[in-house]
Design a protein around this ligand. Structure first.
Ligand SMILES: [Cu+2]
Length: 144
């Protein structure tokens, strides 16, 4: 819990301190709308590393959810399972696509109603050496 509140704090104050250039570029990002009582929602998008160094993604956080993790859906023997991804490396000049049926940001236990048309803040946590850097992104809530 202490770590979570620390990350939340970074999430709220880090924009001014950390150069935006460090982070992967995110495009086509969206959060899938769900029924009002849903305990799990998922967010998607495409991350591009325009840099000459690896970008190492180690997690996610959202102030509007009690828990967030990066997952990958894998189908084994016809059964879909979601596997937690504690670390994902985006190679230089490469892309990582989060999409339904594959990689996703799993958002668990919302602490408010998540409505179509609004934007929800999700923070992606990167590792650079022994530092953790946090990228804030506003995800539009879309029904599809
Ligand atoms: Cu998941």
């Amino acid at each position: 819990m202490k770590k979570l509140s620390f990350i939340l704090l970074i999430c709220l104050v880090s924009t001014a301190i950390i150069a935006e250039e460090y982070f992967a570029k995110i495009e086509n990002h969206w959060l899938r709308a769900a029924p009002p009582n849903a305990m799990m929602l998922a967010a998607y998008g495409q991350l591009t590393n325009d840099d000459d160094e690896d970008k190492i993604l180690i997690g996610a956080y959202s102030p509007d959810f009690n828990m967030a993790e990066i997952h990958k859906t894998i189908i084994t023997d016809g059964v879909a399972r979601m596997i937690h991804q504690p670390q994902l490396i985006i190679k230089p000049h490469d892309q990582l696509t989060f999409e339904p049926g594959g990689l996703h940001i799993m958002l668990m236990h919302p602490n408010k109603a998540i409505k179509v048309g609004e934007e929800i803040k999700i923070c992606l946590i990167y590792k650079q050496g022994d530092k953790e850097l946090v990228q804030h992104i506003m995800f539009p809530v879309v029904r599809k």
